[in-house]
Design a protein around this ligand. Sequence first.
Ligand SMILES: NC(=O)c1ccc[n+]([C@@H]2O[C@H](COP(=O)([O-])OP(=O)(O)OC[C@H]3O[C@@H](n4cnc5c(N)ncnc54)[C@H](O)[C@@H]3O)[C@@H](O)[C@H]2O)c1
Length: 288
Amino acid sequence: MHNVKRLAVIGAGQMGGGIAQVAAVSGIDVTAFDAFPGATDKCKAVHQKSLSKLVEKQKLTQDVMDAALNRITFVTDLEALKGCDWVVEAIVEDAAVKKDLFKKLAALLPGDNVVLATNTSSISITEIATAAGPAAPRVVGMHFFNPVPLMALVEVIPGLATSPAVVERTIALATAMGKTPLKANDRAGFVSNRVLMPMINEAFYAWMEGVAEPEAIDGIMKLGCNFPMGPLRLADFIGLDTCVHIMNVLADGLNNDRYRACPLLKQLVTAGRLGDKSGRGVFDYTKK
Ligand SMILES: NC(=O)c1ccc[n+]([C@@H]2O[C@H](COP(=O)([O-])OP(=O)(O)OC[C@H]3O[C@@H](n4cnc5c(N)ncnc54)[C@H](O)[C@@H]3O)[C@@H](O)[C@H]2O)c1
């Protein structure tokens, strides 16, 4: 049993917003926090749109949608998370920023039974947990996939100090949220991004070196490998900034420069072309 009464979601972006929505639909009260102005309003609008679509498709009733929306409280002050008994952190993929947050969370939520989960795509759980000091046994990786309402998997990653009971409760919570939890060990990128992200990075190299244009690269991988989405389209969907962060973690964590982010991928990020979330990445979404 996970025993969660109030879940805190930290970072109300693509992933945090999705996690808050799925938790609320499964009957859990949620407090969603974001440090940046405007993020929570954007998240509310995404919830309205996403849940309305599910109602239209008759996957959800209007009553369930209304109840789910009522279960989510948005806050802009970290102190307002006091009283929550489970945290899922989904802020920027930056080790220093995450470690600073977990240090604060350990002090803010000192209860032995409060789990501090991170949705990091690649950063070492052990490293984040170490920043949480004595709270390290309560820190765990709980890696959801994008878009959270549609994707079945949650990768569950114990750090070196994570207690077995916390791992079991994480598996129970993911299951209660309608997801399929699978365990991976705490190595850079875990399983999903260790395998996926170098493939995406290679697609940028193929584009940069003129092997083919983006449409052809994606078309070849879709039709030839039966992928539902080409690697460049997927990179836009994930966020090109997040892709760069993950490649940095792989290169440093696996101590191998073959994982360095492709220069063209980095250049797009420098130009503010972050993918779907900024309207343009590899492809242009502003005309849709
Ligand atoms: N995008 C994906 O496909 C995907 C998939 C799985 C996991 N993840 C991981 O989830 C996390 C979030 O990714 P995302 O795609 O939702 O990013 P995002 O940019 O859409 O959202 C991040 C949110 O966190 C907020 N934020 C940033 N720093 C903060 C801080 N210090 N305190 C509070 N809020 C802060 C931002 O305002 C933003 O709303 C990252 O660790 C990422 O690696 C992403």
